[in-house]
Write a protein that binds this ligand. Structure first.
Ligand SMILES: *[C@@H]1O[C@H](CO)[C@@H](O)[C@H](O)[C@H]1NC(C)=O
Ligand SMILES: *[C@@H]1O[C@H](CO)[C@@H](O)[C@H](O)[C@H]1NC(C)=O
Ligand SMILES: *[C@@H]1O[C@H](CO)[C@@H](O)[C@H](O)[C@H]1NC(C)=O
Ligand SMILES: *[C@@H]1O[C@H](CO)[C@@H](O)[C@H](O)[C@H]1NC(C)=O
Ligand SMILES: *[C@@H]1O[C@H](CO)[C@@H](O)[C@H](O)[C@H]1NC(C)=O
Length: 403
């Protein structure tokens, strides 16, 4: 049977419906009232019930963050996502997760990049989900193509060799363009000119705690430049000459190395070797002015001139991490141990139970990658000379692996 269009429902039947609803409500009240007369020692339980209902609706909203009184003085910051039309649904999940855990409260803007035109459907659906202002931009060919000094034959051979060696994305051209864009170009795009901090979000990621504060403001208030959650070890075969190329750059430009750097996090044997540790850059909250700096831009341009983004498969994670560790005062780097974050197949879950309770986390700390022996987070704390964040017995077993 088809539904009636609302215009066909007559006024009379609407009125009848209203009377029916009111009658039912009154009947219910009389029933409750009579019930209370027979149990005189109880408060009318409807009052208690109402308040517990309210509590219930609050706690049901646990997956949701409470909004704050507007107007709110936001930091100079935006979310940034690189995506394609085919990512629509996995991106919606990621955005929903960011909105529920953080952004509904603060309403930061969101900048979207694509190497092709976003479809009208994509823009409509995504703008509707973002609580701040969303904007959509095409990446120019100058940021997503082969520069003229690249030997295309050599690049093709490099891809074929890596594909044969079964390196993840080893044979992919678009993955290489993406890594190069995320290394050297996103921050040069005019869409980001008016922002200082950015938070990177990729399709398919999930946030598993409620934010306990405005993390952009936290970066600003603490004069931080780079924030991360997960840290892993890179595939050596994807970056055979990255470190040597970096050393060449350093020897030509020693002035960029910060006196109080974090080089111990990324190197062994008196800097002769890169230990493959890197911040997993699919999550990062960073000061774009660092990337815009002379040191970083020149470093990227030098790397780019050597062709490793195409001949090998240099990722933006080791490139960002090496630069951050060399060029920054290490006090400007921060591990967000209070954020629950998942980018399959890895996730970080706060190791402190107190934090998990306070931030209403729904992640399993035993599944957290952070303190496993393949993670570089312990190495990070060592290089910073900082004590590890607190943890409880239930995560201790995982921690022992790292001793
Ligand atoms: C979105 O942009 C409009 C126009 O620039 C501005 O008035 C509004 O405050 C912005 N909204 C948010 C949430 O930033
Ligand atoms: C935001 O940051 C950018 C980059 O640092 C800067 O150019 C811009 O003036 C800042 N905007 C405001 C309102 O402070
Ligand atoms: C890196 O440079 C060192 C010293 O110049 C050299 O021995 C080594 O073979 C180089 N490694 C690669 C992968 O080119
Ligand atoms: C690094 O930053 C700290 C403050 O965070 C400062 O006290 C120290 O002097 C800085 N180190 C250098 C070498 O600039
Ligand atoms: C580390 O290398 C530098 C120069 O590259 C050298 O001056 C220094 O003596 C080396 N330190 C050790 C412990 O080998």
């Amino acid at each position: 049977m088809k539904y009636f269009p609302i215009s066909l429902i007559s006024r009379n039947s609407l009125r009848a419906l209203r009377i029916l609803v009111i009658t039912m409500a009154i009947t219910g009240l009389i029933y409750q009232f009579s019930f209370n007369i027979f149990s005189p020692y109880k408060l009318p339980y409807s009052i208690q019930d109402l308040s517990s209902l309210e509590i219930l609706s609050h706690s049901q909203g646990n997956s949701d963050i409470k909004t704050i009184d507007q107007p709110y003085q936001r930091a100079n910051a935006t979310f940034v996502t690189l995506a394609q039309n085919k990512d629509l649904y996995s991106l919606m999940e990621a955005i929903q997760s960011v909105e529920n855990s953080f952004n509904k409260k603060y309403k930061y803007d969101w900048v979207f990049f694509n190497d092709n035109e976003f479809s009208p459907e994509f823009k409509e659906i995504i703008s509707n989900q973002v609580s701040g202002n969303a904007s959509f931009h095409i990446i120019g060919k100058e940021y997503w193509g082969y520069p003229d000094w690249i030997d295309l034959e050599k690049a093709k051979k490099g891809r074929e060799e890596m594909a044969a060696a079964k390196i993840v994305y080893g044979g992919s051209e678009s993955y290489r363009h993406m890594c190069r864009f995320e290394s050297g170009f996103f921050y040069r795009h005019p869409a980001l000119n008016n922002y200082k901090y950015y938070w990177r979000v990729e399709p398919g990621v999930k946030y598993t705690c409620l934010a306990d504060k405005d993390y952009f403001k936290y970066m600003e208030d603490n004069d931080l430049t780079y924030g991360f959650t997960l840290s892993l070890i890179e595939f050596r075969r994807s970056i055979p000459t990255l470190w040597n190329t970096t050393l060449d750059f350093i020897h030509q430009n020693p002035q960029y190395i910060h006196k109080n750097n974090l080089v111990e996090f990324i190197t062994e044997a008196n800097m002769t070797e890169y230990n493959l540790c890197h911040f997993w850059s699919n999550f990062e909250i960073a000061d774009l002015d660092f990337y815009r700096s002379e040191a970083y831009s020149k470093y990227f341009d030098y790397l780019d001139s050597q062709g490793g983004f195409f001949y090998e498969r240099w990722g933006d994670a080791p490139v960002h991490s090496i630069a951050v560790s060399l060029f920054l005062n290490k006090t400007k780097i921060h591990h967000f141990d209070n954020i629950g974050y998942e980018h399959p197949p890895f996730q970080s879950c706060p190791s402190s139970k107190k934090t998990r309770l306070e931030n209403k986390c729904f992640c399993n700390p035993r599944k957290s990658f952070t303190w496993t022996y393949k993670s570089c987070v312990a190495k990070y704390y060592e290089a910073q000379g900082l004590p590890r964040p607190p943890f409880e017995k239930d995560t201790q077993k995982v921690l022992m692996n790292n001793e």
